[in-house]
Design a protein around this ligand. Structure first.
Ligand code: PLP
Length: 391
């Protein structure tokens, strides 16, 4: 059959271009170590920023919810799956984001896809940063709106596009809060000003910002003090909050509308009680111990400084995401394999996740990494970079 032949050829060609993706089984030992084939590896590739996945209080909350309520939820939120933890979690998320309300989706991906496609109609225009996450791009594609892409964090370009793009409906500017592959922070203060100038809604995706930046880890809008001017704040429960699920925080009107219009919310089975209980417990830890956010950022700054002073090509990240720009995909893959052989796991990020020619290693620091872990990681990376002739 022709399709099967085409699939095979395509896989052969991505393999040749060093762009093949493969799964690797790993068993978590703690937030920063995994076992692979019985060997221990240091993990610097997870988004478990606060290291809360193995926190005893959070594990116990999940276990006891499973014990009490069972495992699967058995139905969508609008049918039989709306167990009591959900609404409590939504109230707590709205408090964290200081909004009227919040709505939980099954993943951050589903939140973006469902929200953008529900909000943006044929007459509307979406202005989207070129480095936005794939789920934002897919939401734009699924909506009937025209999408205009602005150069990464280029406010003059965004201004020009807002001015010159005809729009008979509503304008919507959408941006990651913290960019997932670069670790820089969106210029949300300026975006908000442009939003006011052109009567545009603002949507910010804080998947890598919640629990990471802003006072108490409250995210990008809080970081800039513009929470009251951002109408749609997206987050995920799957990164700092050590569970899974996505959410949106905003006005009662927005939440009520999305409950009725976001198809990824309506037509999918609710998350289990254990997942919701884990997210609630993690949120409780974040609020009770905001120092964890500080510790995380201090550790990340330390490692960045060390790698920079060794001459490594560290991109100017302001967060615990540390990209080492290599450029070539094959070289990036080879470098990540050298680190892997030294029992250090980092992500080799290649196209289409990043633009061609900008392949990179992506390291993430978590609050759970010890000083010893960080020293070990930088030692391995610097040694490998010297051997590869990178420094
Ligand atoms: C991870 C991520 C998502 C998706 O969240 P999941 O809960 O993993 O589906 C959305 N947006 C950004 C910017 C992300 O980094």
């Amino acid at each position: 059959m022709q399709k099967l032949k085409q699939m095979k050829q395509e896989l052969a060609s991505v393999t040749k271009e060093n762009l093949l993706r493969q799964l690797q089984v790993m068993e978590p030992l703690d937030p920063s170590h995994v076992l692979i084939n019985g060997q221990e590896y240091l993990l610097m590739a997870s988004n478990n920023y606060l290291g809360l996945t193995h926190h005893p209080f959070i594990k116990a909350a999940a276990a006891s919810a499973a014990e009490q309520y069972g495992t699967g939820s058995g139905g969508a939120r609008l049918t039989s799956g709306n167990h009591s933890g959900y609404e409590a979690l939504e109230t707590e998320l709205a408090q964290l984001k200081q909004t009227e309300a919040a709505l939980v989706f099954n993943t951050g991906y589903m939140a973006n896809v469902g929200i953008i496609s529900a909000l943006a109609n044929a007459n509307d225009v979406i202005f989207s940063d070129e480095l936005n996450h794939a789920s934002i791009i897919d939401g734009c594609r699924l909506s009937k709106a025209r999408t205009v892409v602005f150069h990464h964090s280029d406010m003059a370009h965004l201004d020009k596009l807002l001015k010159n793009t005809p729009c008979s409906g509503q304008r919507l500017i959408v941006t990651d809060g913290v960019f997932s592959m670069d670790g820089d922070i969106a210029r949300l203060d300026e975006i908000v000003m442009l939003g006011e100038k052109y009567d545009s809604l603002i949507m910010v995706d804080d998947a890598h910002a919640t629990g990471v930046i802003g006072p108490g880890g409250r995210g990008t809008a809080a970081y800039y003090g513009v929470s009251d001017k951002v109408q749609i704040e997206i987050g995920t429960l799957s990164k700092s909050l050590a569970a899974e699920g996505g959410f949106v925080a905003g006005s009662h009107l927005l939440i009520h509308y999305l409950m009725n219009r976001a198809r990824s919310f309506i037509f999918s089975t609710a998350l289990s009680a254990a997942t919701i209980a884990a997210a609630r417990a993690a949120l409780q830890v974040l609020i009770a111990e905001p120092k964890r956010v500080e510790i995380l950022n201090t550790k990340a700054t330390m490692l960045k400084k060390e790698l920079l002073s060794a001459g490594l090509p560290v991109l100017a990240s302001e967060t615990p995401i540390i990209p080492l720009l290599i450029g070539d995909a094959a070289q990036t893959l080879a470098f990540s394999r050298t680190l892997y052989d030294a029992r250090l796991i980092v992500s080799a990020i290649r196209p289409p996740t990043v633009p061609a020619g900008s392949s990179r290693l992506r390291l993430t620091v978590t609050a759970a990494h010890s000083s010893r872990d960080l020293a070990k990681a930088s030692g391995i990376i610097i040694h490998a970079a010297k051997k590869a002739g990178l420094i």
